[in-house]
Design a protein around this ligand. Structure first.
Ligand SMILES: Cc1cc2nc3c(=O)[nH]c(=O)nc-3n(C[C@H](O)[C@H](O)[C@H](O)COP(=O)(O)OP(=O)(O)OC[C@H]3O[C@@H](n4cnc5c(N)ncnc54)[C@H](O)[C@@H]3O)c2cc1C
Length: 290
């Protein structure tokens, strides 16, 4: 095992990375979770060779899982799938997900391993670690057996076992009005995960937006939501976007209003930069007018 953050480009807590060094913003939520808020050598990497990887995937698929109860509907959030569900989708699914080896070099071989599991410290003294991206429904005894197959964890002590969590959220586009207020129960405003957003930052941001809208309502002012060109506004866009089965979402570029077509077709990086600059401009103007 060795310590390294992906691409060696982790962000030391509280510091901004040098801009030119920064990788393009990852597009999927799982990747964002992996790379957010970590120190330069924040992860411990457990490398797999091909045979170890395939045996591990087989063990995940064949392991005993906790059965769903009659009253449980098993509907997983795609951004946070249990590892055995990913393994069952295809032998290589995990190697393109939480076990992807990109941006990591095994110092013993000088090469990228076939696959990795990353461990993230749980406490400042780094006495305990969690497995990044490994939700699971495996029975506890099976977790001990299967996770001890991870190279480096053969003799690990397990302090806490994994379990699948349940998200409770409303069908926001159907139930929430423009002030994040329950249409059927005026005076009750929802923010955070229960309102239908996903993620730490998004939940805090939704609380902020909800408070702003509530303050405007209490002052009898017309509602002035944050512009749809900003990430704060994008949260409201997603909450208002009707879907056949509503699912919470992290903030993504898809929730932010597209650029004016008059600006022509830009490459992805340039497009994101232009959207970010526009967002900061529009946010300043919105804030100044408040
Ligand atoms: C295992 C796991 C891993 C996650 N990993 C990430 C991650 O890496 N990155 C990320 O961005 N997001 C992650 N999330 C999602 C993130 O945790 C949530 O989106 C976020 O915490 C939601 O914040 P919230 O304040 O809306 O709700 P919560 O954090 O759920 O807070 C709700 C609070 O209300 C309390 N409460 C409930 N009912 C009552 C009641 N009747 N009276 C009083 N209090 C009550 C609860 O105890 C709780 O403290 C993860 C979630 C889980 C479960």
């Amino acid at each position: 095992m060795w310590k390294q953050s992906r691409y060696g480009k982790g962000v030391v807590r509280g510091e901004r990375p040098a801009e030119p060094e920064r990788a393009a913003p990852p597009e999927d939520a799982a990747e964002r979770r992996d790379d957010a808020e970590v120190g330069d050598e924040a992860y411990v990497n457990c490398p797999f060779d091909e045979a170890q990887y395939k045996a591990f995937v087989r063990a995940l698929v064949e392991s005993e899982k906790v059965e769903a109860r009659d009253f449980e509907q098993v509907r997983y959030f795609e951004g946070c799938l249990p590892c055995e569900v990913m393994a069952a989708r295809g032998e290589q699914t995990l190697s393109f997900g939480p076990m992807k080896p990109v941006g990591l070099t095994d110092p013993r071989t000088g090469r990228r391993p076939y696959a990795v599991i990353q461990l993230r410290p749980e406490d400042e003294a780094a006495t305990a670690y969690n497995l990044v991206g490994f939700q699971t429904r495996m029975k506890y005894a099976e977790q001990l057996r299967v996770f001890r197959m991870v190279p480096g964890l053969e003799e690990a002590d397990f302090l806490r076992m994994g379990s699948v969590h349940r998200n409770t959220f409303v069908d926001a586009p159907a139930l929430l009005g423009p002030a994040m207020e329950l249409r059927a129960l005026p005076g009750v405003h929802l923010a955070g995960q229960i309102a239908g957003v996903e993620g730490y930052v998004e939940s805090a941001a939704a609380g902020f937006v909800c408070a702003m809208l509530l303050a405007q309502k209490l002052r009898n002012e017309p509602l002035r939501p944050p512009p749809p060109t900003t990430a704060l506004g994008g949260i409201l866009t997603h909450l208002g976007r009707k879907q056949p089965t509503y699912q919470p979402s992290n903030i993504t570029w898809a929730h932010i209003a597209p650029l004016d077509p008059a600006q022509g077709k830009l490459r992805k990086r340039a497009r994101y930069e232009a959207m970010a600059e526009r967002a900061l401009r529009d946010l300043d103007a919105w804030w100044a007018a408040g």
